[in-house]
Design a protein around this ligand. Structure first.
Ligand SMILES: Nc1nc2c(ncn2[C@@H]2O[C@H](COP(=O)(O)OP(=O)(O)O)[C@@H](O)[C@H]2O)c(=O)[nH]1
Ligand SMILES: [Mg+2]
Ligand SMILES: [Zn+2]
Ligand SMILES: [Zn+2]
Length: 415
């Protein structure tokens, strides 16, 4: 059913003592992370830019790779003086690929969230909408900032995600295969300020590393090692499932849902079946964790049914999925349980209970979600008339924040 993955011999990838680079997934001991001179930023007389060959090799282009030099130094409190110009800097970079490593990330490493799903599951749309929600409504609610870690992420988010979908309301083009498409992830740092019991504010950070990769690519030999390393390095997974791909779900579609499929036959490719995609990811994770096949993996997995707007209204009425999330700045655990139970019931009704069973066997902790990134059925390649109106898109991330101790859980029912 699943095919064995080529073993990726990346020294250090399995070590969790160091900082894992969210770009190339190399691991470095915190004291061995080099610095980049601040150069002439802020009108100081620092070093002039030079071509950074490691960064150019990573991005595959010399554009944007002329930067002040990188130097190794022990540093003190995350700062060091450039040996060439003497100016202090706090900018740190990955020793392998020279991409920036934000200091908040170096201080609290080990929280890489990976997003996975078969082709057409709704990944690109979800990335566009989730990031927008985090930068706006949800970010405000959580007292959290979402900051791109590099300029390429800012540009690509605008050009490939936000502008077409959110401004021009066009559906996003199908993601190119990893063999030809962009091989770089979008990298963000989500930082949340929390006030502790003794009123001391503390910032906690999480790296959101989003590869817009088709799950099918994971099977093929031409896929870059990078994608396997990505999965191996993940500390949490958001797994997106298109309910229209589940065998028993078709009867539950509202008419609009059927129209939106455009009469497409279901995908004949067994590699894009949700269970097979998650099984390939599971194998990659096992490589890193070195667990025995019978032992559950410690990585939390959020499994979300996307496009729930296509389900018949009668199915959603009075359901937990249909409600809007309650609570602000906290995770409502009663609501979480209700949604989890409802999605589990749907999976079983749709002859997809195996997916739930498999996850329960393989992972110590998995949670089920239902969401809609668009909030309505698209028509003729465009977002529906009401615009993009996400429903519960942030839920999987809130749960992961809760699991990482960045968000409190409450039971309004009081149990
Ligand atoms: N009804 C509905 N359709 C969606 C939603 N999100 C995505 N889609 C549809 O699913 C298609 C594939 O989405 P996309 O994000 O490109 O999937 P990817 O291949 O996983 O990146 C889109 O073109 C839309 O037609 C949603 O929230 N609701
Ligand atoms: Mg895509
Ligand atoms: Zn790196
Ligand atoms: Zn310098």
């Amino acid at each position: 059913m699943t095919r064995p993955l080529a073993r990726v011999g990346l020294p250090g990838a399995s070590s969790r003592n160091g900082v894992t680079c969210p770009y190339c997934f190399a691991s470095a001991a915190p004291q061995r992370i080099p610095f980049r001179c601040r150069g002439q930023a802020g009108g100081t007389l620092g070093c002039a830019p030079v071509l950074d060959e490691r960064l150019a090799a990573y991005t595959g282009s010399t554009a944007g790779a002329s930067l002040p030099p990188v130097f190794a130094a022990a540093g003190r409190k995350g700062r060091a003086d450039c040996p060439a110009c003497g100016r202090p800097t706090g900018n740190r970079v990955c020793p392998e690929c020279h991409n920036p490593l934000p200091s908040a990330y170096c201080d609290s490493p080990g929280r890489i969230v990976a997003l996975v799903g078969a082709k057409n599951a709704g990944k690109s749309t979800y990335i566009a909408v989730l990031l927008h929600e985090l930068m706006n409504r949800v970010g405000t609610e959580l007292d959290a900032s979402l900051v791109a870690c590099d300029d390429r992420t800012i540009e690509r988010y605008k050009r490939d995600f936000a502008r077409p979908l959110l401004e021009e309301r066009r559906l996003l083009p199908t993601t190119a295969s990893a063999a030809t498409g962009p091989r770089e992830p979008l990298v963000y740092l989500l930082t949340r300020t929390r006030r502790g019991r003794f009123a001391r504010a503390r910032n906690d950070s999480l790296a959101l590393v989003l590869f817009d990769t088709a799950g099918e690519d994971l099977r093929s030999r031409e896929v870059t090692d990078l994608h396997l390393r990505y999965l191996e390095a993940a500390d949490a997974i958001i797994f997106l499932v298109d309910p229209l791909e589940l065998p028993g779900a078709r009867g539950e579609l509202s008419r609009g849902g059927e129209v939106s499929r455009g009469g497409d036959p279901p995908s004949p490719d067994p590699d894009s079946e949700p269970l097979n995609v998650i099984a390939r990811v599971t194998e990659a994770l096992r490589q890193r964790h070195g667990t025995r096949p019978g032992d559950p993996l410690p990585v939390p997995v959020a499994v979300a049914l996307t496009k729930i707007d296509v389900l018949r209204p009668s199915l959603l009425r009075q359901s937990a999925l249909h409600r809007t999330r309650s609570g602000t700045g906290v995770l409502d655990l009663d609501d979480r349980d209700a949604v989890d139970a409802q999605v589990r019931a749907l999976l079983h009704d749709w002859r997809s209970g195996q997916l739930d069973t498999y996850l329960g066997q393989q992972y110590a902790d998995h949670a089920l979600f239902g969401l809609s990134a668009l909030g309505g059925v698209p028509e003729a390649g465009r977002v529906g008339a009401g615009g993009v109106r996400p429903h519960r898109a942030e839920d999987p991330l809130l749960w992961l924040l809760y699991r990482f101790g960045l968000l409190d859980g409450v039971r309004p029912g009081g149990t």
